[in-house]
Design a protein around this ligand. Structure first.
Ligand code: ADP
Length: 414
C-alpha cells in the first residue's frame, strides 16, 4: 500500500504555517505542524516524516541552530532537513550545506509552484518511492535491494552531514581553546626566566619539579591544540600555503636546534648531511618546519638512548628530498601506510622502552597525518622505509619527504 508522504513543517508564524499546511495537504501530503524547535524535534522523532521543512533564511542563526539539533537527533538519520526560504531568495548551495541542511526550497505564493518544488525535492532525494507514483510491486529481491541501497545512501548522507558538523565543532573548539592557552603558554615561559623564580627553583627541588611539570604539560597541551587545528584545516582542505624563499640548511638547523636539549639528555647524536648546492626554493617555511619537526620528534621518541639520527637534504633534478634516518625500533611493513592516517598509533606507544625522558609515551597519532597533509599540499610525497619493528635488533626507520622544486615565487607563476 502506498502511503502519502509525511512532511513536518516547523514555523513560528501562524499565517504562513496555515498556508503551507493547506497547500501541501491539498496536494495529498500528510502534513504535521510544529511551532517550536523542541516540539518539532519531538514530533519528528515520534513520526519520522519523509521530509522536515524548516522555515528560515539560511543567514539566520536560528535556522542553523535548529538544523544542527535536528540532524544530530537520535532516530532522525536519513530524514532530509530542508529550509523553506522566502520567495525570490536563492541562497547559495554552500549556505545550506554549511547549515547542516540537505538543501533548500524557495517558498512561493502560488501553491502549485510550491508543491512542484517539494515534489521535485522528494523525487531527487528518494527517487519516486516516497512520492508514491510507482505502482506497488511485490517485495522481490530487486525491490529489497533497491530499498537497502536507498537506505544506505540516506545513512551515507546523514554520516557526511555529521562529519561536517564534527569537523566544524573541532575547529571551533580548538580555536576557542587556543587563544587563552597561548597566553598561558607565554606566561609560563616568561615565569621561567624571572630571576626570583630561577633562584627559587635552584633552591627548592620540589618547586623545580612542580614548575617544570606544569610548564611541560602546558607545552604538550599547546602542541596538541595546534596539531588539532592544522589537522582539521587539512581535513577540510583549508590549508592555504604561504610560500616564501626557504633555505634548506636554515630550516634543518632550526629544527635540530629545538631538539638539542633532549638529544643531549638522551645521548642521541643529531646530524645533518646537506647537499652543498641546495639553493633557496619557494615553500611554506613554517609548515615545512612543522612537518620536519614532527618527523624528527618521532625519530627521537622511537630511538633508544645512545642512537643516531641523521637528516639528509638534497636536490635531484627538480625535486627537493629531505629524509630523516634513525637507529630506532623500526616500523612493521604492514603499518607503514596506516601510520600516516589520523589518530593511528602503531603498537603500544606508552610501553616501548626507549624514551625514558621528556618524550615518554606517544602523542595523539596526528603528527604524521599533519606531515602528509603539509607535504601533499606542496605537491609532494612522504613515506617511510623500514625493515620492520624490532626493539632488540633496532632496524631503524627512514622517513622521506619529496617536494617538487619551486624556483619561482608564487606571483611569478602562471
Ligand atoms: P604521534 O603523534 O602519536 O607520535 P604520529 O602520527 O607522529 O603519532 O606517528 C604514528 C605512529 O607511527 C606512532 O605511534 C609510532 O608507532 C609510529 N612511528 C612514527 N615515527 C616512528 C619512528 N621514527 N620509528 C618507529 N615508529 C614510528
Amino acid at each position: 500500500m502506498t502511503r502519502p508522504p509525511g512532511i513536518l513543517y516547523i514555523d513560528r508564524d501562524d499565517a504562513r504555517r496555515s498556508r503551507i499546511w493547506h497547500a501541501l495537504s491539498r496536494a495529498g501530503y500528510q502534513v504535521a505542524l510544529a511551532v517550536t524547535a523542541l516540539d518539532g524535534m519531538e514530533q519528528a522523532q515520534r513520526a519520522r516524516p519523509d521530509l522536515i521543512l524548516v522555515e528560515g533564511d539560511l543567514r539566520d542563526a536560528r535556522a542553523h541552530h535548529l538544523a544542527a539539533r535536528l540532524s544530530t537527533a537520535p532516530g532522525l538519520s536519513g530524514v532530509p532537513i530542508v529550509a523553506l526560504t522566502a520567495p525570490g531568495r536563492t541562497p547559495p548551495h554552500q549556505a545550506a550545506s554549511a547549515a547542516g541542511l540537505d538543501g533548500w526550497i524557495a517558498d512561493s505564493n502560488e501553491d502549485r509552484i510550491l508543491v512542484e518544488r517539494v515534489e521535485g525535492f522528494l523525487d531527487d532525494f528518494y527517487g519516486n518511492a516516497v512520492t508514491g507514483t510507482a505502482p506497488h510491486a511485490p517485495q522481490d529481491t530487486l525491490t529489497r535491494l533497491e530499498t537497502s541501497l536507498r537506505e544506505l545512501e540516506a545513512s551515507n548522507r546523514a554520516l557526511r552531514r555529521l562529519d561536517r558538523i564534527k569537523e566544524d565543532f573541532i575547529q571551533l573548539t580548538a580555536h576557542e581553546l587556543r587563544t587563552p592557552l597561548t597566553t598561558v603558554y607565554g606566561y609560563s615561559r616568561l615565569v621561567q626566566t624571572l630571576p626570583a623564580v630561577q633562584e627559587l627553583m635552584a633552591r627548592d627541588p620540589e618547586v623545580h619539579a612542580c614548575l617544570s611539570g606544569l610548564i611541560d604539560s602546558i607545552e604538550r597541551f599547546h602542541r596538541a591544540v595546534d596539531e588539532i587545528i592544522v589537522v582539521s584545516r587539512i581535513a577540510s582542505d583549508h590549508l592555504d600555503l604561504k610560500r616564501s624563499p626557504t633555505s634548506l640548511p636554515a630550516l634543518v638547523e632550526r629544527v635540530l636546534h629545538d631538539y638539542t636539549g633532549v638529544a643531549e639528555q638522551r645521548q642521541l647524536a643529531l646530524r645533518a648531511r646537506l647537499d652543498r648546492n641546495v639553493a633557496l626554493f619557494f615553500a611554506d617555511t613554517d609548515l615545512l618546519e612543522l612537518a620536519l619537526s614532527n618527523v624528527l620528534g618521532n625519530a627521537i621518541k622511537y630511538t633508544p638512548d645512545g642512537g643516531t639520527i641523521t637528516i639528509y637534504g638534497d636536490i635531484h633534478d627538480d625535486t627537493v628530498i629531505l629524509s630523516v634516518q634513525d637507529t630506532g625500533i623500526g616500523i612493521d611493513p604492514d603499518e607503514q601506510e596506516q601510520i600516516f592516517d589520523r589518530f593511528y598509533t602503531a603498537g603500544d606507544t606508552q610501553l616501548h622502552t626507549t624514551s625514558k625522558t621528556a618524550f615518554r609515551g606517544g602523542g595523539l597519532g596526528l603528527g604524521l597525518a599533519i606531515c602528509r597533509g603539509i607535504v601533499e599540499a606542496h605537491g609532494g610525497h612522504i613515506w617511510v622505509e623500514s625493515e620492520g619493528c624490532d626493539p632488540e635488533r633496532l632496524p631503524g626507520s627512514t622517513f622521506v619527504i619529496q617536494l617538487p622544486l619551486e624556483r619561482t615565487p608564487p606571483d611569478a607563476r602562471r
